[in-house]
Design a protein around this ligand. Structure first.
Ligand code: GLV
Ligand code: MN
Ligand code: MN
Ligand code: MN
Length: 392
């Protein structure tokens, strides 16, 4: 199947008809359909699909145990709530298409070639981003991973088991990692660096991922009647939340960082009741770790509540030799990113990794507005094919 045919195949899966965005959360029926689709595409190309201990899928051309370590390309298929079509799937579909391009040219790899699909990259359902790569590299404790819960109280262990992956296996997976000599992830660009750049490059190479993390704020108050409780008698956590939101914006500006409160749980959630409890999630990122920490501290102080760290990833520079080699090969600009990726987690675990970014004319991501022109997607496939040819 061509890139366009594969792309068309995926479009209906998990698409919300009202927003046009995608809801493809880890270990749901939609995720299962995407995994099944990938397994079928891989099998159709004669690749052996092997799940690892976290349920990440690895499709191999060649035997990575006998002739490895290999070169692996890939990304993820899950999405954020109302995500775009490209964040994740573009890297997976491009990997399959690049393989087809190279085979059509009669190319064969000198080391095994793998295509990877990582589980739960977005952490949209259970809260921890890049859960699949964090589990196998040991960056996420297996017991914590299994016991993470979604909004309905379903644990990762329960969701995995329901999807047919044995949660007892969850844990570091040295056997899988030893097969990966180099990892390259192609991804839609999630900002404006390429579209605003004067050189009109459709493809860029990543230099580094900013330090970033997620924190939870637990704000307590006292539920009471909206119509009968005098203002001076109220203990309303919504006021603390308001302070936290404006502090996030102010502190991010002061520290040259980014801070976002994008998810809330308000209890009991009645229009006519003062909330008893608010849970707010803070995402903070920036080029300098100390600045990100300072923003989080400022938000905590404004909220009157110590932020609880749910995940943290330090600054991740991609392998410099690989980065320079790919930038020269493709004559591509080099750019940093504030978005987290499995390639960053593998890189932090010592695997030489690189990323290619495909231009996004809207500059918008984690939204239905996210876009890449078909011609740029095809350029991305060609760039990835050249990279595989060079490194494989
Ligand atoms: C994951 O995609 C993130 O960067 O939040
Ligand atoms: Mn994303
Ligand atoms: Mn992504
Ligand atoms: Mn990401």
């Amino acid at each position: 199947m061509t890139f366009d045919a594969m792309w068309a195949d995926l479009q209906p899966v998990g698409r919300d008809r009202r927003s046009g965005g995608y809801r493809r959360f880890a270990w749901t029926a939609e995720d299962g359909a995407l995994r099944e689709w990938f397994t079928g595409e891989a099998a159709g190309r004669g690749l052996d699909v092997v799940p690892d201990r976290a349920g990440n899928l690895w499709a191999w051309w060649g035997d990575p145990d006998a002739d490895g370590p290999g070169l692996v390309v890939g990304s993820h298929l899950d999405s954020v709530p109302d995500g775009g079509a490209f964040d994740g799937p573009l890297g997976v579909v491009s990997a399959l298409a690049a393989l087809d391009v190279l085979r059509a040219r009669g190319w064969t790899p000198s080391r095994p070639l793998g295509i990877a699909v990582f589980s739960d990259e977005e952490g949209a359902r259970f809260g921890v981003a890049c859960a699949g790569s964090r589990i196998i590299t040991g960056a996420l404790d297996p017991d914590r991973a299994r016991s993470l819960t979604d909004a309905d109280g379903t644990t990762v262990a329960e969701a995995m088991a329901a999807a047919g992956h044995d949660p007892v296996q969850v844990g570091p997976d040295q056997t899988t990692l030893a097969r990966v000599g180099t990892f390259v992830e192609l991804h839609v660009e999630q900002g404006r660096a390429l579209v605003d750049a004067p050189d009109e490059a459709a493809v860029g190479v990543a230099s580094a991922i900013w330090p970033h993390g997620r924190w939870r704020l637990d704000l307590r108050g006292r539920a009471d009647h909206a119509g009968t409780t005098r203002l001076e008698d109220r203990d309303d956590p919504m006021l603390h939340l308001a302070e936290a939101i404006t502090a996030a914006r102010r502190a991010a500006g002061e520290h040259d960082a980014l801070a976002t409160i994008g998810k809330l749980r308000v209890e009991p959630g009645g229009v006519n009741a003062i909330p008893s409890r608010i849970t707010a999630w803070l995402d903070a990122r920036g080029p300098v770790e100390a600045d990100v920490r300072a923003v989080v501290a400022a938000v905590g102080a404004a909220a009157g509540s110590e932020p609880v760290e749910e995940s943290w990833t330090g600054s991740t520079a991609f392998d410099a030799g690989l980065r320079d080699r790919l930038a020269a090969l493709l004559a591509a600009p080099v750019l940093p990113t504030g978005a987290g990726h499995d390639a960053g987690i593998l890189s932090a675990a010592g695997i030489p990794a690189a990323m290619l970014f495909v231009r996004n004319p809207t500059g918008v991501s984690h939204s239905p507005e996210e876009h890449a022109e078909p011609a740029d997607c095809h350029r991305g496939v060609e760039a990835l094919a050249r990279v595989v040819e060079e490194l494989g």
